[in-house]
Design a binder for this molecule. Structure first.
Ligand SMILES: C=C(O[C@H]1C=CC=C(C(=O)O)[C@@H]1O)C(=O)O
Ligand SMILES: [Mg+2]
Length: 466
């Protein structure tokens, strides 16, 4: 049973309205309640009727934090190219200014939280594929379910204007009641059939890899990550709930995310953290270098050993370590990392993995860290600027939000961003899936092609393919 003291919101609401009147502008009121356990997928699903296209879902690999947002109380969006991270930070701080926050709990991910992300490269010409996503796009939800270390909380965010009165809060409490009443209804996932899987220009893609290898051999470029696309066609609209249910059950050891915008849904299961910030503690991940999983335990171990000792993959990985270490040293007093990579094994693939931790300076916001880090050479290349230019020039794909920072920030400045790989964009009856690989001077186009094939698998499986 879920009980929320409703007179409370009405009383607090009137306080907020009088503050809005005083200031002559809208202000946010946010309140947090502790709840009994709620299934995160059910909460996402009940938003379907009222909040379709305005939902998000986030889960980290360890299940420490799950965030499910319904509705939009405020949107921060822009196609601005210069200072886009700073611009979002500024709007976020402006939105929080003078807000009334009723949150007695110390946990991260409660109260006002913005969720969203950035496109990979705002200088790349946008195609229709990503028309529903601005280059910077964040949502502060109306209702946020936060499951933090197994405890469940609900945040209600309301933006009230000087013209509002008690009616607004009566409406919200009724809407909230209706939402929770529908939680008990069982939810049927719709079955949809995959009609066709189209590979977008695989031969041309391999040729581009070969051309880039030639470039890399003559320098100064050291690494360029090249991505390709699969286009799936279904016999009916593929619902985000079904894809989420599958990802949640099939790829539980990854970050699971869904970010809806205007009817489209960007979602995926990424193994790669870009950055997490908790107070002054900063965590990042170097993930690059790949090999398949074995069919038996023995074969899997042999493949893992092979990866740990493979020169091409160690070089590919080393560039990422070098850059992340440097980027964090600009904002952190201490940066600690092991001197050798270890293995990260996920369902379809194993990677070279180096965790990095640091203590950042007081004034470093998580978005500043994102700016310094994005794109790491696991997604862009090295040197950063030249590699991104190469991708802009040669890649036929509109990456949109693929391979870019996606995550959340709370009002206390804590948050986490993953790199949105192993992902796809669902648009009604169709979906685009994306996968890329680190091309270095030693790369072979056929093996890079096969490696991207492995990286499509989690999304293909979640969407009912192989
Ligand atoms: C760019 C992707 O993966 C990156 C992350 C891990 C391993 C990678 C690799 O070995 O090439 C990639 O750098 C992707 O999955 O689309
Ligand atoms: Mg690779």
């Amino acid at each position: 049973m879920v009980t929320i003291q409703e007179t409370e919101l009405k009383e607090r609401g009137l306080l907020a309205v009088s503050r809005a009147k005083e200031l002559g502008r809208p202000i946010l009121i946010s309140e947090v309640h502790k709840m009994d356990t709620i299934n995160p997928l059910s909460f996402f699903n009940i938003g379907k009727e009222r909040f379709l296209g305005e939902r998000f879902f986030w889960k980290d690999p360890t299940d420490e934090i799950m965030l499910i947002g319904l509705g939009i109380s405020k949107q921060i969006q822009s196609d601005q190219v210069t200072d886009r991270f700073f611009h979002v930070e500024e709007e976020w701080q402006k939105f929080l200014l003078e807000s009334l926050i009723f949150n007695p709990y110390p946990e991260n991910g409660l109260g006002p939280v913005m969720f969203g992300g950035f496109s990979f490269d705002p200088n790349k010409m946008k195609t229709d594929l990503w028309s529903k996503y601005s280059d910077s796009l964040f949502h502060i939800p109306k209702y946020l379910l936060s499951i933090i270390k197994g405890q469940t909380y609900l945040t209600t965010n309301i933006v009230c204007t000087p013209h509002d009165n008690q009616d607004l809060f009566i409406k919200v409490t009724e809407e909230r009641k209706r939402l929770f009443n529908s939680l008990d209804q069982s939810y049927q996932l719709r079955t949809v059939n995959l009609l066709e899987t189209k590979e977008v220009s695989p031969e041309k893609w391999k040729k581009t890899v070969e051309d880039v290898v030639q470039d890399l051999k003559s320098g100064p470029l050291k690494k360029v990550v090249l991505a390709r696309e699969l286009r799936l066609v279904f016999d009916a609209p593929f619902e985000a709930e079904t894809a989420l249910f599958n990802l949640f059950n099939q790829q539980h050891e990854s970050f699971i995310f869904v970010f809806e915008s205007n009817g489209d849904a960007f979602l995926g299961a990424s193994p790669e953290r870009l950055v997490k910030k908790q107070g002054n503690d900063v965590f990042s991940t170097c993930l690059a270098g790949s090999i398949p999983r074995g069919n038996t335990e023995e074969e899997d171990k042999i493949l893992g050993e092979q990866l740990l000792n493979d020169q091409k993959n160690l070089i590919e990985h080393g560039f990422v370590v070098e850059m992340i270490k440097e980027a964090l040293e600009e904002t952190c007093d201490q940066v600690i990392l092991p001197d050798k990579p270890q293995l990260m094994k996920i369902r379809d693939i194993q990677h070279l993995y180096t965790p990095v931790i640091g203590k950042c300076q007081k004034d470093a916001s998580i978005l500043l860290l994102v700016e310094r880090l994005h794109p790491t050479p696991a997604l862009g290349g090295l040197p950063k600027k030249e590699a991104v230019e190469k991708i802009r020039e040669l890649e036929e794909l509109d990456r949109g939000f693929y391979a870019a920072p996606l995550g959340w920030v709370d009002y206390r400045g804590n948050g986490e961003f993953a790199v949105s790989i192993r992902s796809g964009l669902i648009q009604g009856n169709e979906a685009s899936l994306f996968a890329g690989c680190g091309v270095v001077a030693d790369s072979n186009s056929e093996s890079e092609y096969l490696e991207t094939g492995l990286k499509f698998k989690p999304m293909q499986r979640a969407l009912g393919g192989k």
